[in-house]
Write a protein that binds this ligand. Structure first.
Ligand SMILES: Nc1ncnc2c1ncn2[C@@H]1O[C@H](COP(=O)(O)OP(=O)(O)OP(=O)(O)O)[C@@H](O)[C@H]1O
Ligand SMILES: [Mg+2]
Length: 370
């Protein structure tokens, strides 16, 4: 439905071209919800603007709905008005002299695909209700908060029932409760109407909840792509692992055994760690990751200290998270974050035993670059 192949784009700052996108390739299937996730300045808005036809790439090819809309040799260019999308802009782009209702209704009265009068009116009311705007519908948009304006921009785009919906951080200005509600409704509505969605965000929780597939963007390139579960369970690099979660990292782990029966084993800072099944060359160096919720806190003295995957930890501090605690322990592997429902009273003596289950240790290529 949306296909980018090898798309590059540089902006000139002064006289020097600064690359914003480097050979980006991605494809979003019909009806799929695809999320681009990345830090500020990594190229998310530029990618969306290229799909919308608001920015011209330097090279590569863009297809939407089977039709090439940008290409080189031969040069192909289809303008934004001829592309089948609606877009929610990061800056909202509302008409300041209009009310909420007029803003939503305006695009429905224009263009070749405009619905009949009663159908348009029904869509406006549906969008107002969905985004909790019915009561304020006749207020001027200049009198609205940022979060209210953001909802108007979303309502306006969805009321068009577009085949393709491009959304640039569409929920970033909402309070936590409303954001959660609208994520669920946005996903449900997109699915019900069969809308192909491309959304960009820097919020990993949002990406996880909304996406059928996520592309992680770093410095103008997609560094890993997959379903939320694939990315969460098997990040290929430290960058992806730490971007998605506050993963504990254990660097410079050397593969010291690859016995087929007991599984591969590494040694890091003198600690032996058994890993889950996997092929790792003997002597190779890995970075390991383990999530704070996957480390098990044991009662003292219930296993021998030299057994693999066990280590002692000295409590540094703890923070209440609501229902559970975040503990920080100083261990032979460095400082580890542990999330657990166990209450701090258990650690009155200050030292504990920690177990890093082999199946929960994620191995990835060493090094900080993606
Ligand atoms: N019109 C422009 N002229 C010059 N440089 C630009 C222009 N638009 C974007 N850039 C640069 O391109 C890079 C990518 O910008 P982009 O807006 O795509 O980032 P983003 O991922 O959307 O960031 P954010 O999360 O902050 O919105 C940035 O370094 C930015 O400074
Ligand atoms: Mg942006």
């Amino acid at each position: 439905m949306i296909e980018l192949v090898g798309v590059s784009k540089a902006f000139t700052q002064g006289r020097t071209p600064v690359p914003a996108l480097r050979e980006v390739s991605l494809s979003v299937d019909q009806g799929e919800f695809y999320v681009l996730l990345g830090a500020s300045g990594c190229g998310k808005t530029t990618t969306l603007r290229i799909v919308a036809g608001l920015e011209r790439p330097d090279s590569g090819s863009v297809r939407i709905d089977g039709r090439q809309v940008f290409g080189r040799s031969p040069d192909v260019w289809v303008g934004p008005e001829e592309r089948p999308q609606a877009m929610v802009f990061q800056s909202y782009a509302l008409w300041p002299h209009m009310t909420i209702r007029q803003n939503i209704a305006f695009p429905l009265r224009r263009g070749v695909r405009r619905p009949s009068g009663p159908e348009a009116a029904a869509r406006v009311e549906e969008a107002l209700g969905l985004f909790r705007l019915t009561e304020q519908a006749d207020r001027k948009v200049t009198q609205l908060s940022g979060g209210q304006q953001q909802r108007v921009a979303l309502a306006r785009a969805l009321a068009l029932h577009p085949r393709v919906l491009l959304m640039d951080e569409p929920l970033s200005n909402l309070d936590a409760r409303l954001r959660m509600d609208l994520r669920l409704e946005l996903k449900e509505l997109a699915r019900r109407k069969g809308i192909t969605c491309l959304l960009v965000t820097h919020d990993q929780e949002e990406a996880m909840m909304l996406a059928d597939r996520v592309g992680i963007v770093h410095d103008g390139a997609i560094v890993q792509e997959g379903t939320p579960a694939e990315l969460y369970g098997a990040p290929k690099s430290e960058f992806v692992a730490t971007f998605l979660d506050h993963m504990n990292l254990i660097r410079s782990a050397e593969v010291t055994s690859c016995d087929a029966s007991s599984g591969p084993e590494v040694t890091a800072r003198g600690v032996r760690l058994r890993l889950g099944p996997g092929d790792h060359p003997l002597g190779g160096e890995l970075t390991l990751g383990i999530r704070p919720g996957d480390i098990v806190v044991l009662d003292a003295d219930d296993e021998s200290p030299s057994a693999p995957n066990l280590l002692s930890g000295r409590l540094v501090d703890h923070h209440y998270l609501g229902g559970q605690y975040l503990y920080r322990f100083e261990t032979p592997l460095g400082r580890l974050n542990v999330r657990s429902a166990v209450t701090p009273q258990r650690f009155a003596q200050g030292t504990v035993r920690l177990r890093l289950p082999a199946q929960k240790l994620i191995s990835m290529a060493a090094g900080g670059t993606p």
